[in-house]
Design a protein around this ligand. Sequence first.
Ligand SMILES: Cc1cc2nc3c(=O)[nH]c(=O)nc-3n(C[C@H](O)[C@H](O)[C@H](O)COP(=O)(O)O)c2cc1C
Length: 322
Amino acid sequence: MTLDAEMFRALVAEASLSPSVHNTQPTRWRLTPDGRVQVLEDESRRLPVGDPEGRDLNVSHGSAVEGFCLAAGRRGLIVDVEHDGVHVAKLTVRSGEVSDPLAAFLTQRRTYRGKFKAGAGAHAALARLEQSEDLIVVQAPKPIAELARLYDEASLRWFRNAAYRAELVSWMRLSRRHPSWSLDGLNAEAMEMSGIEAAGAGIVLRHGVFETLDRVGLAGALVAEAAVVRSALALVLFHRPANEASFDTGRRFHRAWLGFTQAGLSAAPMAVLADDSDARARLQVDFGVGVDRRLITAFRLGIAPVRDLPPKPRLGLDALIV
Ligand SMILES: Cc1cc2nc3c(=O)[nH]c(=O)nc-3n(C[C@H](O)[C@H](O)[C@H](O)COP(=O)(O)O)c2cc1C
């Protein structure tokens, strides 16, 4: 079969709901005259400081392509994914029965960065997640508290790098007046910040201000998230074969997260625990992650409060389809 333009647009729209690092949405899509799909990269959306090797970039591409495949599956289409060394990937779509229970959660998943609701529960769901060979589920309060401490420690190390901070801030949209508030990046609402908190964050992270606050010992407390992390029902360490291509990791990353959504759990990654070499080395040892595996990220999981939320910030199809 040939993929027509209308179906292609519907699939890209759904795939665009996939997670991407800092919500950079680096993946672009092109329908070729023979009805195949070229997956491309918008190189202006790389993170040279935070992600110099392009790991998170390629995890984001893999996530987006997995989203495309799931969206296609819901419409009775199978997608073959190929790599030609030129494009991020090349996709061929054909008719066929696919029954993937995760597909239904593609449009529901979203990052939740606030405090989780108190209360136990979800034991059966967490036990199911524990069966996955690439997930380690941490539920006891003591190791959760220790990971929360380690997370703040690693975050502060990264925030002390002014270039990293500047790059992160360039993807933050701290005011609704920001022209990209509803398009991309991390807006205050998605970061669970009030208007005042967002304005404060803009000042605290500024070059010079952060360094001054750090000298008097205040910066750590201002960027700390331990209380939010400790409110989680569980932390999940996601680890993959050390030699796996990041694109393939991204496909599994997205599926793992949809599995959390399917279990009724909201999640936020805490990538710094894997990006910071000290934290990663410590976690790999403490939690017995084999040397042939790499910690990709840690997620915090829990029950989010029920609220009416606006659509997620996303680029329009005019930007995504090239
Ligand atoms: C590789 C990768 C790393 C990420 N790391 C973090 C992180 O450290 N902290 C965080 O809050 N969100 C993280 N995210 C989540 C993205 O910020 C999120 O997917 C994006 O803002 C889009 O929002 P959505 O997940 O609600 O669709 C990460 C996502 C990806 C793909």
